[in-house]
Design a protein around this ligand. Structure first.
Ligand code: NAP
Length: 201
């Protein structure tokens, strides 16, 4: 009997910084969708954030490495960081499909980001070529995508509610800037890294 092939999760995000909500999301996605591994892909030069100040990609990459190193099914890829120019999800997914031709690829990211998918590069192609896991806080409704789109992509976009996603990178950066605690919101190694490298001050 042929073995059920496991999927591969591509966990896309800015991860500025990575936190426990992201780690929990990846773990829950792996469990629910029978994923062999989850590869964290920190954005290099996000096309939608050209105006905003983002922490250097190398620092976000190192934090992702530190946060994921104790989990054998987690990996981190430099694919977007090393890509020249603006980085698009459609290109990332295609590269991973070449690396894992016989695996189903799932792109995991925040539901808020997925709500914007029709502003991304080649959205229809992307939705044809991969499945999405849309992580959200409890109570969040993906039907905000619009009923028609929601109905059309019901098989392709899988909602995943994560209680721990009450934690957010934006809030962590604000807390650091204001001198408020961030303990237990992210791994201790990341807290130490932020302190040592004077990030978000
Ligand atoms: P964002 O706008 O910074 O985040 C939107 C929301 O999703 C935030 O609440 C965020 O929380 C959450 N989130 C982001 N990544 C997550 C993850 N992996 N797991 C759980 N929650 C997550 O979104 P972004 O990080 O810039 O973009 C998300 C992904 O979409 C990236 O891989 C990006 O490259 C891709 N994207 C592609 C295009 C394109 O191809 N044109 C355009 C836009 C986005 P936190 O702030 O706490 O993470």
């Amino acid at each position: 009997m042929a073995e059920d092939k496991k999927g591969i999760g591509i966990m896309g995000g800015t991860f500025d910084p990575i936190h426990n909500g992201h780690l929990l999301t990846a773990q829950c996605a792996a469990y629910q969708h029978n994923l062999e591994k989850v590869i964290f892909v920190p954005s290099g030069n996000p096309p939608h954030k050209t105006e905003k100040k983002i922490t250097d990609a190398q620092e976000r990459y190192v934090m992702a490495l530190l946060a994921t190193m104790s989990n054998p099914i987690f990996d981190v890829s430099r694919i977007e960081i090393d890509r020249e120019g603006l980085s698009y999800t459609v290109d990332t997914v295609r590269e991973f499909k070449k690396i894992y031709p016989d695996r189903k690829i799932y792109f995991i990211t925040g539901a808020d980001a997925i709500l914007e998918i029709f502003t991304w590069k080649n959205p229809e192609k992307l939705l044809e070529e991969t499945e999405f896991i849309a992580a959200s806080r409890p109570g969040y409704c993906l039907s905000q995508l619009g009923q028609k789109i929601y109905d059309s992509y019901r098989e392709t976009i899988h909602p995943l509610q994560i209680p721990g996603l009450a934690i957010s990178s934006t809030d962590i950066r604000a807390r650091v800037e204001e001198g408020r605690p961030i303990k237990y919101q992210l791994p201790e190694s990341i807290e130490a890294y932020i302190k040592k490298h004077n990030l978000y001050r």
